[in-house]
Structures are given as C-alpha cells and as structure tokens.
Ligand binder design. Structure first.
Ligand code: NAD
Length: 296
C-alpha cells in the first residue's frame, strides 16, 4: 500500500522533523498537537529549514518550497487530522498510558486500512498495539534526532504484526529517503541495545577516575572512529532517556551489567539531564561551547 496521506501526532522535537521529511517526499501531511503554540513553532522551524537549507542553497526552487509547505497542514482536531490518514505516526511524550489511549482513539477514527505507528524509543510497541483492534496494522517506526536529517529508521515488529504492514512501512521509509532496518520488539531495539552498554562503561571509567569524560570522548573519537564520544553522545541523548532505555533493557535481560550506572542516577538527582538543560558530563553555553563539569 502506498502512503498518500500521513498524520503525525506531536509537533515536538521528533514530530516536526518527520512531518517536514514526509511533506518534502510528496506526501500530504497533517501535523496534530494539543498545543497550538507547538504547531506554530513547528511551522516556523519547517519553513525556515526549507528556506535556509533547500531554497537558499539552490537545491529546490522557491515554487517547489511553496509546494512542500502547501502539502503540510496543522491541526488541533484529532478526528479531522486522522480520519482520512493512510498512516499515523505518533511522536507524543514517552508515556505508555498516553500512547495506548491515543492508539485506541486512532483505531476508532482512522480508516480500516490505516497503519498506526509509534516512534517510541523504549516502550513496548506490542503493548501499544494491544490497545487497538488492529494489532496486525500497528508497528514501531523509530526515527532518530534530528528526524529530518538522520537516515536510520528502526522498523519495530510487535507480536502479531502483518508482513504487509511491515512492507508498507519499509517502503514508506525508503520514500522518505531513509534506510529502514527491521527489528523485533525487544527493549533497546538495535541502536540503544548497543549504545547503552557503551554509556554505562563510559560512566564507570569516569566514576572510578580512570579517565575524564573528555579523555574518554577523545579516545573513542580518535581511536575508534566514533563521530561523537560516548559522554558527548549521552549528553545529547539525555540522561532521563538513557535511564528509561537502560531500565527497560535490564527488565528484559536481568543481567547485572545492564543496570543503570549510579553516575547517571546521581547526575539526575543533581538536576543534570544532559544537553537539553545544558548540564551533563559537560556544561554547555548558549553559543554551543562546552567545558567539562567537575563531578566531585
Ligand atoms: N527526542 C529524541 O531524541 C527522540 C528520538 C527518537 C524517538 N523519540 C521518541 O519520540 C517521541 C516524542 O519525543 P520528542 O522528543 O519529540 O518529545 P517532545 O516533548 O519534544 O514533543 C512531544 C509533543 O507532543 C505533544 N503532545 C503531548 N500530548 C499530546 C497528545 N495527547 N496528543 C498530541 N500531541 C501531544 C506536546 O505538545 C509536544 O509538542 C517519544 O516517544 C520519544 O521517546 C525521541
């Protein structure tokens, strides 16, 4: 099935990037949020991105830029936003009850053929799908931040998903210029399952004083070819998100090595969330410069 009409729920960090990419790929896209100010903000960011990075750089004409924006509409009315959708992607806050309740409503509102996708990072897609009467049409579509730029989408297969749904979503991702990878609905999927142990060991090295965060980052960038060091990357992802991901992986594996490193818990207790509040392994200035934070 081709996706001609897409609805994205949540106009925050991820939702606006997914909506921008879909509109740029020729898909009629509606961005829904309960907060009009988030929709206004998203509209502003998308318009600026298209002007600055595409029209301004001569990649598309001004008319093509207008056409992209013409394919994008904003709504605070869920029924109007979703009733004709071929596919819905929810990118609302990481809260299982909220996502289940939205999926249950979407199940009533959307056409019978519509695919319902969740952008959840750590929650069970199977549990979200279970809130509907169409689990075979529910799936995870895990985009990465910034969603308009990052190539990967983890296509997450919950229990009971139909192969036809998987194929539809794999093709949709390719239409967006993304590279989709199939993964079963197990905590951490692929990327977080592999990144979390790196975050935990990096924190342990810093905690025991073997090396500083800066030394860990330099070592992994220059020695392992990573574009960002693990401490910088942990700051970027956010310690609250890492905590949720790590706890969900531990709940699945019950391995001691998969427990959240105490340093993240201490940072969170100290109100340090990472880049999102300018306080992580590093302190960040408004101009993007950073200096290492002295832990103890
Ligand atoms: N930020 C990331 O790096 C990242 C990466 C991958 C996946 N995710 C996942 O994407 C989802 C969204 O994350 P985000 O960082 O974009 O969040 P965000 O807080 O930036 O945005 C969430 C948006 O949802 C809106 N919202 C709240 N309740 C709503 C409702 N009932 N209906 C519609 N909209 C509602 C909010 O107004 C807000 O605009 C989460 O599940 C998160 O785990 C985030």
């Amino acid at each position: 099935m081709d996706i001609l009409r897409l609805t994205v729920l949540g106009a925050g960090t991820m939702g606006h990037g997914i909506a921008q990419k879909a509109a740029m790929s020729g898909i009629k896209t509606t961005l829904f949020d309960i907060d009009q100010t988030m929709l206004d903000k998203a509209q502003g960011i998308i318009s600026k991105n298209i002007e600055k990075h595409f029209v301004g750089k001569g990649k598309i004409t001004a008319e093509e830029g207008e056409e992209i924006l013409g394919r994008l509409s904003m709504s605070t009315d869920l029924v109007a936003a979703a009733k004709e959708a071929d596919m819905v992607i929810e990118a609302v806050p990481e809260n299982l009850e909220l996502k289940k309740s939205l999926f249950s409503k979407l199940d009533e509102i959307c056409p019978a053929h519509a695919v319902l996708a969740s952008n959840t990072s750590v929650l069970s897609v199977t549990a979200i799908a279970g809130a509907t009467k169409r689990p075979e049409k529910c799936i995870g579509a895990h985009f990465f931040n910034p969603a308009a730029v990052m190539k990967l989408v983890e296509v997450v297969l919950p229990v009971g998903v139909a192969e036809e749904t998987v194929e539809t979503v794999m093709n949709f991702c390719k239409q967006l210029g993304k590279v989709p990878v199939r993964v079963k609905d197990v905590p951490g999927f692929i990327v977080n399952r592999l990144l979390c142990p790196l975050y935990m060991e990096a924190a342990q090295i810093v905690l025991e004083g073997t090396a500083t965060a800066e030394e860990v980052d330099t070592a992994m960038k220059l020695g392992a070819g990573h574009p960002m060091g693990p401490c910088e990357l942990a700051d970027f992802g956010g310690f609250d998100v890492i905590q949720m991901a790590q706890d969900s992986i531990y709940e699945y594996t019950h391995r001691e090595s998969d427990r959240l490193n105490i340093l993240y818990r201490k940072m969170l207790e100290a109100g340090r969330l990472g880049r999102k509040n300018g306080k992580g392994f590093y302190d960040y200035e408004a101009d993007g410069t950073k200096k290492p934070f002295k832990l103890f």
